[in-house]
Ligand binder design. Structure first.
Ligand code: ATP
Ligand code: MG
Length: 364
């Protein structure tokens, strides 16, 4: 079996706690011969700042670039509220995204049957929900120039953000969405606002063109992003893969997260352009943050981090069978009634981070 290099960056707050469970799952998979991972650990965020005054060291940056995949916990917390802006904990993650060119952000919204009651929607609307939002992460209005606030002669101010997309940026995110759809229900819905935005017109044209050229076997539909937001709440199960820009993707993926009702459960992946060997740089992290309010108590839910490992197995190493096994194990422990505090319901068994991690490995 080929040995693959994984870099773990646990970070701050509950990051190291949930990463501990990932580490144990990897050790177990290695011992079983299911995987052959060589695991290294590095520092990021406040932990890195405390150690050497940077949000990530050049050394750890180089290890991230050389790794076959990076698993990231969470960064930040009140302890670092007053550190200089350039070395604030979040800067470590932004640097990783930028240097690794992670342009595709994958946010699945999966609703486990056992937790469907916790959704903000009616149970039958979300039970069994399994959608994947593919958000463009390195372009659009968050990065376009000019981006400024200027003073006007009349004493007022003028703020400008600029939405810019070029053909290649849309082509590559569309290709990621179509490729992923082929491994799922084979349907992509592209969302933009071509009725009021030129970037929406181009987005629509390019996605249509990529589809016609390379992916005619995948079903493609288009929706205006506002209507898409409405449909996401009205009947979320109609979607399989949604592909959209940076801004709309930010909002729509948070809406989708709330549909499932559980922040501590949701993983994410960020994928980059293929390198010379056709391999994509990749980083996997839970959607939740460092949760300083519960850090250090051993009660954080490790499932989002463990699901991020499952995504890593699937997308970076084509180990879909091992990923399935891990995801089935998560479903099993939920069906058994095990719950960390954040997803606790009447009549269920409350467990710690470690007990939850143990149960998942055992169920595997
Ligand atoms: P960030 O700015 O990093 O996104 P945030 O303040 O928006 O962070 P989180 O750190 O994700 O949000 O925490 C939001 C709430 O959800 C907190 O009350 C936290 O305790 C809870 N929470 C987040 N993740 C988990 C988890 N894995 N297990 C249990 N509770 C969690
Ligand atoms: Mg947040």
């Amino acid at each position: 079996m080929t040995t693959h290099k994984l870099l773990l960056l646990p970070g701050d707050g509950i990051g190291p706690e949930v990463m501990g469970e990932v580490r144990r799952a990897i050790d177990w998979m290695n011992a079983q011969g299911l995987t052959s991972f060589e695991v290294e650990e590095g520092l990021v965020g406040g932990a890195a700042y405390d150690a050497h005054g940077q949000s990530i060291s050049e050394d750890d940056m180089a290890r991230a670039m050389a790794a076959d995949a990076v698993l990231f916990g969470a960064v930040g917390g009140p302890k670092w509220d007053d550190v200089p802006y350039d070395v604030r904990p979040e800067a470590g993650l932004l640097r990783l995204r930028k240097d690794m060119e992670l342009f595709a952000n994958l946010r699945p919204a999966i609703c486990f049957g056992a937790l469907a009651e916790a959704s903000s929607l009616k149970k039958e609307l979300v039970d069994g929900l399994d959608i994947l939002i593919v958000r463009e992460l390195t372009g659009g209005v968050y990065f376009g120039e000019p981006k400024e606030i200027t003073d006007l002669p009349n004493g007022q101010k003028r703020a400008v953000d600029t939405q810019v997309y070029e053909t290649y940026e849309i082509e590559r995110i569309a290709a990621v969405a179509f490729d992923l759809a082929r491994t799922r229900d084979n349907r992509v819905c592209s969302m933009e606002k071509r009725n009021v935005m030129k970037s929406g017109v181009l987005w629509n044209e390019v996605v249509t063109e990529v589809h016609k050229r390379d992916y005619q076997d995948v079903e493609l539909s288009h929706m205006l992003a506002d209507a898409g937001g409405m449909q996401l709440v009205r009947a979320p199960k109609q979607f399989d893969v949604i592909v959209t820009d940076n801004l709309f993707g930010d909002m729509l993926s948070d809406v989708a997260a709330m549909l499932t009702g559980s922040l501590g459960m949701l993983p994410s992946a960020s994928l980059g352009a293929p390198d010379g060997n056709g391999k994509r740089r990749s980083l996997y992290e839970p959607v939740h943050g460092s949760a300083p309010d519960i850090a250090g108590q051993g009660i954080a839910n490790p499932i989002a981090m463990l699901s991020s490992l499952a995504m890593c197995l699937r997308y970076s190493f084509t180990m879909g069978d091992v990923a399935d096994r891990l995801e089935r194990a998560i479903t099993t422990v939920l069906d058994q009634g095990l719950r960390t505090g954040d997803i606790m319901q009447d009549g269920m068994t409350k467990v710690s981070t470690e007990q939850m991690g143990d149960a998942v490995v055992k169920a595997m």
